[in-house]
Design a binder for this molecule. Sequence first.
Ligand SMILES: [Zn+2]
Length: 364
Amino acid sequence: MNWINNLVPPKISSFLTTRREPPDNFWHKCGGCGQMCDKKALEDNAFVFPCCGFHERMASDVRLKGLFDDGAYTMVPVKDVATDPLKFRDGQRYTDRLKAAKAKTALADAVVIGEGRLDGALVVAAAQDFRFMAGSLGMAAGEAVVTGMLHAVAKKTPFILFAASGGARMQEGILSLMQMPRTTIAVQRLREAKLPYIVVLTDPTTGGVTASYAMLGDVQIAEPGALICFAGPRVIQQTIREQLPEGFQRAEYLLSHGMIDMVVHRHKLRDTLGRLCRVLMSGPAVSKSADAGKGKKPAGYIKSMNGHAVDGKLVEKLARGSDVMEPEPVEGDARFDATAVEAREKAKRDAEAKAKGRALPRTS
Ligand SMILES: [Zn+2]
């Protein structure tokens, strides 16, 4: 920097400097491969890096805008809660931390609730903002989640939650931990009202949030590469002193281990959520086409949350669309049996070889 910066106050120096260089936040570095991408291109691509498909974290307002039709939604007001009843202070006063986070994000707290239309149908959605004190769950965030869920119950709409959190807000001590049972009870209210609750786990979802409402969805979706865990990989590695497997606690790892239902690319997320809401809110229509004219329900039928018999496989197929990552289906106890897996693979290979043999002209 030149000598003038040291002499002139910053406000005046901004008049003096010519704006040839791009602003500080113009280039974004890809967290996957390290390539640079400019802000505009990244925004146009829903914050997915075009180089390798790395999913960047998103602000709550951008998230909600991307979900609702034409980006239009109304904010659901959340009641004020007590600020810092414990008068907590670590290196800094908790009230000061809160003030700084509010100034940085222009948010009241980490969770924002929006109400709007998705594919024409009314839905209520919550987005957790990682920029606000790491999206931590305190009294205000808990109140927002509960308010959103009860609002969905009152309006009889599905509830969609975008989770992103470092866990419970330590500065609020037990009061933040109490949000875990509180939000869990609100999820129960949704269930009693037979309304779908869909969770989208984004990077990162950890701690008390994973241990409560973020894992209680009727359908659990995750974004590619998202870290989803209770205790993080570093903590686990230091505790057990063992090398952790590749991709441990990432969305794909959790999918292949049966912890979540699907991993959906951000570009397909809106469509998938729209389809899911439609299917889950129209239980009778789905079941009608499948078991028309027969009293007996075929195998594979589940009783859906809205109280009608719905073909579980059909719901899954409809929700997935075609391009969504799909795990290899495994039946019953076979998933725990290594020999069964081998046998299945051998059968698959044999079938492929047979099909190939048939396709080739026979030579004798
Ligand atoms: Zn990249």
